[in-house]
Structures are given as structure tokens and as C-alpha cells.
Write a protein of this length. Structure first.
Lengths: 208, 418
């Protein structure tokens, strides 16, 4: 169960269950442990999960509409922005979304649903191994994989642009496994919009 | 053996006109280069009036160096060598005339002559002119011209940037072309050597830019895509470019007149990039990960089915193909046990062999002679001779990459191999 995220999506009045694993998951299945709405999962790749995607219209996420009056709430908003912009990481020569990345992306999905004005640029990077030109393409595939993940959750494709720097912009210039792991990433840049609302399910995470 | 060669040569070369095509055919046949035996030649110091003495010294030094670097010629001080290159500088109007002659020392006869109008020492084309004369002298001696009159474009990494440079084929004359603090990648020479296409991140995302080398003017190469990488020219001046699409990079062809763009190679959920056309432009070799890891594929440059070129197996990682100007081989880089090495494979996928087995070497690019490769290695840019195995460091240093060897930029010859 560790490697699989199970979530339930309320969609069109019915209960659709999506299972998320490292490998391609079954299209749907019974949900032994229902979780709060909003955390739907589906593999961005893999046609088998198409039926489980796109809760989209009608799903109300972040009902805890908040005005950012207090300092505490401003701090919360900053933490939400940091969460939105935190990079997600990849395995070597791989553009598949890892489980840890999927968990992070799901929180971003919740924020993006609650803040529909936000548009993001997804910037793919690789480690220094591999060829310069091939890595440019690999970084682009990673950015597209993140976009596909978001789109699979029903977010509009035109909210995202993709870009790759390949191996040209490492965050850690060393030649170590640790540095390579940090450098294999997709970064997020806000093109327009900002955090105006924080969905309820993220409140515990973003409150101190 | 040498003396028999000489007899034939002297019988054929009766007309002592510079670049007399018919007479030279016989000489070329007899003097065809063989890796096992290098032709010996002495290069006499250029004679000149006092005013041109510095120029003459430069000419002599460059000539000697170019002949030596060609790899097929033994430039020797031994006065018993059969061949001797003599040259003389003199005033010609406001300019300088350089006469170059190949003397057969056995018969005491001049076999070849060349007259060149020499630009001033500080002039932009001085070195190129001497290199081109050296290429012609090489042709006299071994039957096919040298490739000294060519340049290598490459990138040098700075702090968060990569700038575009060029260097002469002898490692001198390094010049920086870009200074925008951005990232430049993947330079490619136009067939006439007058333009460079390359990838620039100047606009914030990877786009192909074309630079006019005589004026320095640049213009974007519009390909209707959010990201475009790895340009390569076809012989007719059209560009092959890899463009980003949601389902992966596709190779498209942009005509020389700007008509854009026809898809040449694409496969679902995978990339096609790093194209290199065959010398006739009919075929193209490129990299695709459609089987998982990157492999080399060949197909028609008009589109159509692709043929796998490289062996499938665990750890396969084949990139950076470049089709030889001779057409008979494709150079590439492969990642083996965590390091890059250079290999050659026939256009039909047979005859794979490794040129390097130690250290890191990648991004091979052919010299116009189709015999030498420049590669990016840990010690800098290195030139490999695939016939003789000779190697030399072209530009030392770390952070140098993606070298691209130009076509011949100037030629005095009439019977070029290309």
C-alpha cells in the first residue's frame, strides 16, 4: 500500500476510484480507505486510467474561502506559494512521475484548483550525465509529464507552458549521486496569478 | 619504390601551369596517400623583400604546420626529401603576391605552381588564404586536398552561460561570436560555410537562430514551435530542426526560402532529434528514444519508415550522430559504463567500431576531408584521424563542447574530392 495512493473522487454524483502506483495502475477498483475529496489521483500517462481522470467541473475544492487579512494568513499564503513552486524530482534518464513527486503534485493540483487564475511555466532539467542535446529533450519530456499529470486531474492544458534547460542549469554543480538527484527536476514558475485561496485540505499542512 | 612513382609523375606533368587539371590526374593516381607511408617534403623559408619578412615568416610557419597537421605528410628538415615547397612574396600593386611551387628534387623540376593574392597580416582572411594554399599543396603531394581552410565552431561554458566560439583548424585564431550571457548550443554550418545555425536560450526558451558570419547579423529561424533544438543544414540549404510537441520532439524540414515546416520524422510519445543528413541529402540519421533508450535511426530526409542502426541491448545509449562527408560512415557517441566514447558505424548498420575506449569523448564532427573528427573530451577539443589513429588537442580546457567542423571555406583547387 505504501507504493500506491488510493483516493476517491466525487464525480458527477458517483464515486469513482482511482489507484496510483509506480507502474501503470488498473483503471479503477474498490477503495478500502476513502480519503477526503480533492486528492484525486490518476496516472498522467497510461491510457488505462483515462476514465478516472478529470473531475473538473462541478467539483468544488477549497471551500474554505479565506481572506488574507491577518499576518498568520499571509504567512500561510507564502507557504502555499512555496508548496506550489517546490520542484519535483525524477529518476535517471526517466520522465515518469515518481510516487513522491505524485504526492507533491497532488497538493499543487489542489492549490491550482482553488486558484484558477494561476498559470504556470513548467521547466524541465536533467543531471549532467547523458548528452547535452538528448538531455534537452529529456527535460522537455519531464515538463510535459508534469503537464499531463495536471491535465489528467482536469486542469486546463492552457494553464501550463513547458520549457527545458536540459543539463544547463544545475542547482547543485557537484558530480555526486546526491547532486544528480537534486538536478533531475521540474521547476515551477508563476506566469500570471497568485495564491488567493487555500483549499481546506491543505490548511493543516500550511498552518503552524 | 619512390623513384618509380617519380618517373610516372614526371612523364605526366609536362605542362607546368598552376592547377593544370589533366596533367595532375596522373600524378594523383600515383601519389595516392597510403597511411603506411607518408610523403616527405621540406618547406623552404619563404623568400621576400625586407618589407615582407615578417609576413614571409608567418606564411612559412603556417604552411609547415598545416602540412604536418594534415597527418599524411612528413614535413622534414631532411634536404634529401624528394619534394620541396618553395615560396616567394613580392609586391603586387598595393597588395602582396605569394608564389608557391612544388619542386621535384630528384629531377630538379617544378611540378606545380600557385599564385595567391595575400591579404595583409592583420586582415580577416590572411590565415584562411594561407590555409587554402596549404590545402592545395597537400593535394599536390597526396592527391586530395587538405582541410586546413576550415574552422570549428564550439561552445565554452561560463558561469551559467555557454557562448559560441570559432577556431581555425590549426587551433589558432580563437574568436568569440556571442557574448549575451545566455546559453548557446548545437552550432551547425551552412553548406557554403557563410552561416551558422545554433540554438539560443536568449529569448528565454530554446530557439534556433541563424547567424551571418560575415556581418554578424542574426535572425530567428521560425519553425512554429515553443522550442526548437539541434538544427542541421541539408545540401540545398534547407534546415532540419527538432521541434517540441506535446507528444515529443519531431524532426521537421524548413526550406531555404523559409517555407515551414514538413514533418520528416516523428513517433508516438518519443523524441526525434540531432539530425545529420547524408552528403547527397537524400537520407538523414537521427536520435530517437522510440525503443526506450536513445538509438540511431536512418530514413529518407523526405520522411518515411526509419531503420534502426545501432545494436539493441542493456545499457544502450547512442547519440550525436554525424554522417561522414565521404558518405561511408556515421560517427556517434555512446554512453558505455558511465562514460562517453566515440564510434563509427556504416549507414547500413554494419561495421561498428570504437575509436575511443578510455576517458570521455562525445559530440563528434567530421572534417571536410571525411578522415578526421573533432570531439569534445575531458582535456578539451581533440582531433582524431580515423585512418591513422593520430590525435591532437585542438583547443585545451574544460567546459568545451558541441564542436562543429565547417566545410572548406576557401579553395584554390580545381579537383576537390567534394
Amino acid at each position: 500500500m505504501n507504493r500506491c495512493l488510493v483516493a476517491v473522487v466525487a464525480m458527477m454524483g458517483a464515486l469513482t476510484v482511482a489507484t496510483s502506483c509506480r507502474q501503470r495502475p488498473p483503471a479503477s477498483g474498490p477503495a478500502p480507505t476513502p480519503e477526503p475529496p480533492g486528492g484525486a489521483t490518476a496516472r498522467p500517462t497510461g491510457g488505462a486510467t483515462d476514465t478516472a481522470t478529470a473531475p473538473a467541473a462541478g467539483v468544488r475544492v477549497g471551500t474554505g474561502s479565506t481572506s488574507f487579512a491577518s499576518a498568520e494568513e499571509r504567512a500561510r499564503r507564502e507557504r502555499a506559494l512555496a508548496l506550489l513552486l517546490a520542484p519535483v524530482h525524477f529518476d535517471f534518464d526517466d520522465d515518469r512521475i515518481r510516487d513522491d513527486a505524485a504526492a507533491e503534485l497532488e497538493r499543487k493540483v489542489a492549490l491550482l484548483r482553488a486558484n484558477p487564475s494561476i498559470r504556470l511555466e513548467l521547466v524541465g532539467h536533467t543531471d549532467e550525465r547523458g548528452s547535452t542535446e538528448y538531455n534537452l529533450a529529456l527535460g522537455q519530456r519531464r515538463a510535459e509529464a508534469v503537464r499531463a499529470f495536471f491535465v489528467a486531474y482536469g486542469l486546463a492544458p492552457d494553464r501550463f507552458t513547458t520549457l527545458s534547460y536540459g543539463e544547463e542549469q544545475p542547482v547543485d554543480p557537484r558530480s555526486t549521486e546526491e547532486a544528480w538527484a537534486r538536478n533531475r527536476r521540474v521547476e515551477f514558475r508563476v506566469v500570471v496569478g497568485g495564491i488567493e485561496r487555500i483549499p481546506d485540505e491543505l490548511l493543516p499542512l500550511l498552518s503552524r | 619504390m619512390a623513384s618509380r612513382v617519380r618517373v610516372v609523375a614526371s612523364a605526366a606533368a609536362v605542362v607546368l601551369v598552376a592547377n593544370a587539371g589533366v596533367a595532375q590526374d596522373a600524378i594523383r593516381l600515383e601519389l595516392t596517400y597510403r597511411p603506411s607511408s607518408r610523403v616527405g617534403v621540406t618547406v623552404a623559408p619563404a623568400t621576400a623583400p625586407t618589407a615582407f619578412r615578417t609576413l614571409a615568416d608567418s606564411v612559412t610557419a603556417m604552411l609547415r604546420r598545416d602540412l604536418q597537421l594534415d597527418g599524411r605528410i612528413d614535413v622534414t628538415a631532411d634536404t634529401t626529401a624528394n619534394w620541396r615547397l618553395e615560396s616567394h612574396l613580392e609586391a603586387l600593386g598595393t597588395g602582396i603576391r605569394w608564389r608557391l611551387a612544388l619542386v621535384d628534387r630528384v629531377y630538379g623540376q617544378t611540378r606545380q605552381r600557385l599564385e595567391v593574392a595575400l591579404p595583409p597580416l592583420e586582415g580577416a582572411n590572411f590565415r584562411l588564404t594561407v590555409h587554402a594554399a596549404a590545402d592545395e599543396a597537400v593535394r599536390w603531394l597526396v592527391g586530395s586536398p587538405g582541410a586546413a581552410a576550415s574552422r570549428i565552431a564550439f561552445l565554452r561554458a561560463g558561469r551559467g552561460s555557454k557562448e559560441l566560439y570559432v577556431v581555425d583548424s590549426d587551433g589558432f585564431g580563437v574568436r568569440r561570436l556571442t557574448a549575451d550571457g545566455s546559453i548557446a548550443l548545437s552550432p551547425a554550418w551552412s553548406p557554403d560555410g557563410r552561416r551558422l545555425a545554433y540554438v539560443s536560450f536568449r529569448s528565454g526558451r530554446a530557439a534556433v537562430v541563424e547567424r551571418d558570419l560575415s556581418t554578424g547579423a542574426e535572425r530567428p529561424v521560425a519553425v512554429d514551435a515553443v522550442m526548437a533544438i539541434t538544427p542541421a543544414y541539408l545540401p540545398d540549404g534547407a534546415l532540419l530542426v527538432a521541434v517540441a510537441r506535446a507528444e515529443g520532439f519531431a524532426l521537421v524540414r524548413r526550406e531555404a526560402d523559409g517555407a515551414c515546416c514538413r514533418v520528416v520524422a516523428a513517433a508516438p510519445a518519443s523524441d526525434a532529434l540531432s539530425p545529420s543528413p547524408s552528403p547527397d541529402g537524400q537520407s538523414v540519421v537521427f536520435v530517437s528514444n522510440r525503443l526506450g533508450p536513445p538509438h540511431l535511426f536512418v530514413q529518407s530526409s523526405a520522411g518515411g519508415p526509419a531503420r534502426l542502426l545501432t545494436p539493441v541491448g542493456p545499457g544502450a545509449y547512442f547519440v550525436a550522430p554525424e554522417w561522414s562527408p565521404r558518405g561511408d560512415a556515421i560517427a556517434f557517441a555512446a554512453r558505455v559504463d558511465g562514460a562517453f566514447r566515440i564510434g563509427l558505424v556504416g549507414p547500413d548498420g554494419t561495421g561498428l567500431r570504437w575509436l575511443t575506449t578510455r576517458g570521455n569523448a562525445e559530440d563528434p564532427s567530421w572534417a571536410p576531408d571525411g578522415r578526421r573528427l573533432v570531439v569534445a573530451s575531458d582535456e578539451g577539443l581533440v582531433v582524431l584521424d580515423v585512418d591513422t589513429g593520430q590525435r591532437r588537442v585542438l583547443v585545451p580546457g574544460r567546459g568545451l563542447g558541441l564542436p562543429a567542423w565547417s566545410p572548406r571555406l576557401l579553395s584554390f583547387g580545381t579537383g576537390d574530392v567534394r
